[in-house]
Design a protein. Structure first.
Length: 143
């Protein structure tokens, strides 16, 4: 087996673990999540998981989780009459104002104004990531 084949195998192994973790994160956005919990779930050390996640996705774990929670909150604002306070609590924000600050920073609009928009906008929404079938890095790529 050539060195490049071995590297590709290692990369694919890591991608599979991170894909499983991405699926798990998506189904647990309403629960408390931190690097310790995610590290235990993946089997990697906290430091290595954060480094690997950033290298393979381009996002930090915290940023990706926050953006997915904000995206889910935005979807609920558009599709339900649930109060902003309850949405904040559901997606692990400390309170209504914490959600409002994060929401405004990400979407450049408050949650209540977003809810009233006549036309849905996808600006700022974070799609679910997947690493399966992602382009493979070329020779010289290192984890």
């Amino acid at each position: 087996m050539e060195k490049n084949d071995l590297n590709l195998g290692v990369i694919m192994y890591h991608e599979n673990i991170l894909d499983d973790l991405l699926i798990w994160i998506e189904s647990n956005l309403e629960a408390p999540l931190n690097v310790g919990i995610l590290s235990a779930k993946s089997g990697y050390s906290k430091w290595y998981l954060q480094r690997l996640f950033k290298k393979l996705t381009g996002y930090s774990l915290a940023a990706y989780t926050r953006k997915r929670r904000l995206t889910r909150a935005a979807e609920e604002l558009r599709q339900s009459a649930i109060t902003i306070k309850d949405i904040a609590h559901k997606y692990q924000f400390d309170d209504h104002s914490a959600l409002t600050r994060a929401f405004k920073k990400n979407f450049h609009i408050t949650p209540s104004a977003y809810r009233r928009l006549p036309v849905r906008t996808d600006d700022g929404l974070q799609p679910v990531l997947t690493l399966k079938n992602s382009p493979r890095p070329g020779p010289g790529y290192r984890l």
